[in-house]
Write a protein that binds this ligand. Structure first.
Ligand SMILES: NC(=O)c1ccc[n+]([C@@H]2O[C@H](COP(=O)([O-])OP(=O)(O)OC[C@H]3O[C@@H](n4cnc5c(N)ncnc54)[C@H](OP(=O)(O)O)[C@@H]3O)[C@@H](O)[C@H]2O)c1
Length: 238
């Protein structure tokens, strides 16, 4: 029988990261989860011995985290990085601090995470998955999310570059880009049902649909998929 995979899911105290972590756990896999400011006790009950506290904008926290995963399970097959803050507003209302925050949260944390996990993923010929946002492919202008989308666009270029570099080592790297995926702690914009009328399929994504896409992209069924950016948006931004 196959040894259960070892999956590390960041941003997993809530929302899309938690949905992904639960899906892997339902499959009987060894799932490491990460919290920063709250939710640690509940996570520890659900993922005993594999719950970690870290600020993933810090390189040393990533190093400690990956060491702990390897000490516990001896390998790492998947990194799912579901961290990434959001800011709303026109560029004229944004500050340089907003831009730095978006780059630190969405790009730098991912960069540090891939650096910290690259060797372990090469050893397992594993895979990494990052979260973008819908509509990055056309490099569209944005009226209200330009700073956030600019950071996510930078992340897509980085992930494609990692996919290219790591293909000879058997490591796949992809991006999953939701449109609206509401959950209890989602932003007010995500929870605004009025905005959902612009989604061609007529509704936002369910968390199980996000988990389906994560599970597939990180599975052997997607063994020929790397450098992809998959929109999961019900046709929004087409
Ligand atoms: N939900 C959507 O509709 C949607 C749409 C498009 C894209 N996305 C993207 O999908 C990803 C997940 O979305 P989500 O809605 O689940 O996000 P979320 O509700 O904001 O949750 C993100 C989680 O990441 C954690 N986190 C943030 N910064 C961290 C850091 N430096 N170190 C450790 N943990 C950190 C947060 O912990 P704290 O509680 O400590 O802050 C939180 O638990 C994000 O990249 C987001 O941009 C989501």
């Amino acid at each position: 029988m196959d040894v259960p995979r070892v999956r590390l899911v960041s941003g997993s105290a809530r929302g899309l990261g938690l949905a992904a972590a639960r899906r892997f756990a339902q499959r009987g896999e060894r799932v490491h989860v990460v919290w920063r400011s709250s939710g640690g006790d509940a996570l520890e009950r659900e993922f005993p011995g594999r719950t970690h506290r870290a600020d993933l904008e810090r390189a040393e926290d990533w190093r400690t985290l990956v060491e702990a995963v390897l000490a516990r399970d001896g390998r790492l097959d998947t990194l799912v990085h579901a961290v990434g803050e959001y800011v709303w507003g026109a560029t004229s209302a944004a500050s340089a601090a907003d831009l730095r925050r978006m780059l630190a949260s969405n790009v730098e944390s991912a960069f540090l995470g891939f650096e910290a996990t690259r060797a372990a993923l090469r050893s397992s010929r594993g895979n990494a998955l990052f979260f973008g946002c819908a509509g990055l492919e056309g490099q569209r202008a944005r009226q209200s999310t330009a700073v956030y989308a600019a950071a996510k666009s930078a992340l897509v270029v980085l992930t494609r570059s990692w996919a290219l570099e790591e293909a000879p080592h058997g490591v796949r790297v992809n991006v999953l880009s939701p449109g609206f995926a509401p959950h209890e702690h989602a932003s007010a914009d995500t929870l605004d049902a009025g905005a959902w009328t612009s989604i061609p399929l007529g509704r936002p994504a369910r968390l199980d649909e996000v988990a389906d896409a994560v599970e597939w992209l990180c599975s052997e069924r997607a063994s020929y998929v790397t450098g992809a950016n998959l929109d999961l948006a019900g046709g929004w931004m087409l």
